[in-house]
Design a protein around this ligand. Structure first.
Ligand code: IMP
Ligand code: MG
Length: 183
């Protein structure tokens, strides 16, 4: 489809629908609850993980946990759809992580650079345990030897949007995970 300027408008195809995500998020929360993480601090890696974190947090409550929550903004993408490979802290957490269990939440594990950077940062600050939970794992493009401790879905090598994830600041509001086609 083309807009009035003759530009091709992106079309979104559903990859994981809302009900499928909801079921998986609840399963993940139960897995996390069974691992005995003490003094749990959930650290959401913004921006892409904000919807996943909000749902997972409520599911963790349902699974009997009472975690604290913090937010860190990391960026390796800026407006591009290809990672620059360089991670920077745009906004840091406020809590002291020393002697605590930290659960990092991210939307997608791709090259692994973002999560590896965040894990190293929390460990260097004295966290007792650092675990990670990602909604999607794209194993095809790994540059860092890192795996998430908890993973929602394996994702094909497509650029995905929705459920908090964006393409140049658009589509975060979609209640499902979709991929962009130019059809
Ligand atoms: P990594 O550092 O290469 O593992 O990149 C992970 C980060 O890149 C994620 O937290 C996302 O914010 C972003 N990212 C990777 N793939 C996609 C995608 O398909 N759509 C939207 N963001 C993505
Ligand atoms: Mg991200």
């Amino acid at each position: 489809m083309t807009d009035p300027d003759g530009q091709t408008e992106p079309k979104i195809s559903v990859l994981f629908d809302a009900a499928t995500i909801d079921k998986r998020v609840k399963e993940l929360a139960h897995e996390i609850a069974q691992s005995g993480l003490e003094k749990l601090l959930v650290v959401a890696v913004l921006k892409g993980s904000f919807v996943f974190t909000a749902d997972l947090l409520r599911a963790l409550h349902g699974a009997g946990l009472s975690p604290e929550v913090e937010f860190i903004t990391l960026s390796s993408y800026r407006d591009a759809t290809i990672s620059s490979g360089h991670v920077t802290v745009l906004r840091d957490i406020e809590s002291d992580v020393r002697d605590r269990s930290v659960l990092l939440i991210d939307d997608i594990l791709e090259s692994g650079r973002t999560l590896a950077y965040a894990k190293d940062l929390m460990a260097a600050r004295g966290a007792k345990v650092v675990k990670s939970c990602v909604l999607l794992d794209k194993p095809g493009k790994r540059a860092s030897s890192i795996d998430a401790d908890y993973m929602g879905f394996e994702c094909p090598d497509l650029f995905v949007v929705g459920y908090g994830m964006d393409m140049a600041h658009t589509f975060r509001e979609l209640p499902f995970v979709g991929y962009v086609t130019t059809e």
